[in-house]
Write a protein that binds this ligand. Structure first.
Ligand code: ARG
Length: 567
């Protein structure tokens, strides 16, 4: 928290020298070598040199100026050219807590992203195939990053880049034509389409000619044959409904659903440019861009003229740059696609767009494991993700019923707790790590879980319910006690934590922070009677508890988790 004071001193002093002498000086504000010298130290050598005045005069002038700043400083002195000062921890703490209580959910807002746009490409399921665990991870990580970036002042564009183009549609159509009964499908499209898709993949193993038929059917979509285009649209719409059920549960939304199909007519210009720049080479009938020795060539066009995943991603990145003029483009996609994104950047660099390539960030993530093996929703053993979320909600319901049987709207709360549990469990560890999926562990009200955080918030809400307190009648000296000070320090670092999460594109920074804030609060709760007799002590305790509640709620919101009044 001293960091913030350092920063204000630096800014205010620099403004002073600019205003008075018209000097652009870079003032250094650091920590003294020895703690007994103070909390903050400012070497004045550069100022002395710039002003060409005797050192004591310069130092005294600066000391007088610093004293006029409205900052919680206890004492200020100098040792030669070093100005040393002690921070008034009690006053500083009071200021932080007061800020938090008055700013409420605006507390922790940062402006590092002001005027900048970040495009986030996340969720992006493949239509006609089922929504995989990887897509769920992408959805949760992407949604949280969007909220974190917004808190830092960035303008965000959330894009669900649907995998709505490719031979899988041809396969679907072949399956529907061979075995489908439209009436039956219409009654339960999601499940019927999913099982037809499983069937066509299985049959293909014995009847390889199906692959050819599928290509043929997809070709007809590409050529715009009305009947086939109609079917494509219908399948796309129906299977999007499965994803939407999940988005609704998790409270996730997008600004654009422009998927791969949207770029079908936008690839020619990229291919032409590659040709003009003479970087497209023929290789056994196909067209490729050769990259450096350590990356295999990028396949841009197949020998039958068909385009590929990377061709569409190239078209998409140019389109997005033009449309949104982004500073950075985040692609929240599993680690298996590392090569794809390296190739994408490689091709862009070779085209002469090094800056554009550098602005692409592959926000990769690890696998979800079940009993140590990759959890899969494909290949017949269709574990529907929607069902998995429902299991988490059921498990949450059971716990609520045990703890609080008479509560109203148990169902609604169970949804928020169950989903919060799955989301928090996903976001709490650094995203590139794999993790084991254990529903019972993640919905527990104790331990490193989402429900634990929600529960801590609810505990504070019930302490503060119907209570009034005067934030101007508190005792700042109490904040110097270790169990108070610990919390104040954490509250004051909220903004920096959110900024760090944005810079590292990692929601786990916020998740870990919330766990330690909650644990400090629970320790405080066990040591202190919050609703104290003495009115000043009580006000101070309430203000501190209220700050924790504000930051917990806001932090949970940034992860995409609902906070609750009761549970
Ligand atoms: N639909 C793809 C998949 O499921 C993910 C798309 C990621 N985004 C992108 N621009 N490539 O594998």
């Amino acid at each position: 928290m001293i960091e913030q004071i350092k920063l204000s001193i630096k800014e205010k002093l620099e403004a002073y020298y600019k205003e008075k002498y018209n000097f652009e000086l870079a003032i250094v504000v650091e920590s003294p070598k020895k703690a007994e010298m103070g909390d903050i130290s400012i070497p004045m050598f550069t100022v002395v040199k710039a002003l060409r005045k005797p050192m004591p005069e310069v130092v005294n002038e600066a000391i007088e100026e610093i004293k006029s700043f409205d900052l919680p400083i206890n004492s200020i002195s100098n040792a030669g050219a070093f100005i040393n000062l002690f921070v008034d921890k009690a006053k500083l703490s009071a200021k932080i807590i007061k800020d938090c209580v008055t700013l409420e959910d605006e507390f922790g807002k940062s402006n590092i992203g002001e005027g900048k746009t970040v495009v986030l490409d996340y969720s992006s399921p493949n239509i006609a195939k089922s929504f995989s665990v990887g897509h769920l991870r992408s959805t949760m990580i992407g949604n949280s990053l969007k909220l974190i970036l917004q808190k830092c002042g960035y303008h965000t564009v959330a894009i669900n880049y649907l995998g709505d183009w490719g031979t899988q549609f041809g396969k679907m159509i072949v399956a529907i034509e061979k075995w489908g009964d439209i009436e039956v499908i219409k009654k339960d499209p999601i499940n019927e389409l999913a099982s037809l898709y499983v069937r066509v993949n299985n049959e293909e193993k014995e009847h390889p000619e199906i692959a050819e038929e599928a290509r043929e059917a997809f070709r007809k979509i590409e050529l715009g044959e009305p009947k086939y285009v109609e079917m494509w649209k219908w399948i796309r719409e129906e299977s999007l409904k499965e994803s939407e059920q999940i988005y609704d549960l998790l409270g996730v939304s997008f600004d654009s659903y422009n998927g791969e199909a949207f770029y079908n007519d936008k690839m020619d210009s990229v291919v032409n440019e590659l040709e003009e720049k003479k970087i497209l080479e023929e290789d056994q009938g196909a067209m490729v861009v050769r990259l450096s020795d350590d990356i295999p060539p990028a396949l841009i066009k197949r020998s039958d003229g068909g385009t590929l995943y990377i061709t569409r991603d190239l078209a998409a990145v140019f389109y997005r740059k033009k449309e949104y003029n982004f500073e950075k483009a985040f692609y929240v996609v599993g680690g298996e696609q590392k090569l794809h994104f390296n190739q994408l950047k490689g091709v862009l660099t070779k085209m002469g767009y090094k800056d554009l390539a550098d602005s692409i960030i592959h926000v990769n993530f690890g696998m979800v494991l079940k009993d140590g093996k990759k959890m899969s929703t494909r290949k017949g053993n269709v574990v529907k993700l929607y069902d998995i979320l429902m299991q988490a909600i059921d498990a949450a319901y059971k716990q609520i019923e045990e703890k609080n049987p008479n509560m109203e709207n148990k169902n609604e709360i169970a949804v928020k707790v169950g989903c919060g549990a799955v989301v928090f469990n996903d976001l709490k560890n650094y995203r590139a790590l794999d993790y084991e999926f254990d529903i019972n562990a993640m919905v527990k009200f104790e331990g490193q879980t989402g429900p634990y955080l929600q529960y801590t918030g609810v505990r504070i809400a019930s302490i503060l319910r119907d209570k009034e307190f005067d934030i101007n009648n508190i005792d700042p000296n109490l904040f110097e006690k270790p169990h108070y000070f610990e919390i104040v320090k954490q509250i004051s670092s909220f903004r920096m934590t959110v900024e760090k999460a944005a810079e590292e594109a990692s929601p786990s920074v916020v998740a870990k922070y919330l766990l330690s804030l909650a644990s400090s609060f629970n320790k405080f709760y066990s040591l202190e009677k919050i609703n104290a007799e003495d009115v000043v002590v009580r006000n101070t305790n309430f203000a501190l508890a209220k700050s924790v509640r504000i930051v917990l709620n806001e932090g949970l919101r940034l992860l995409g988790i609902n906070y609750l009044e009761e549970m």
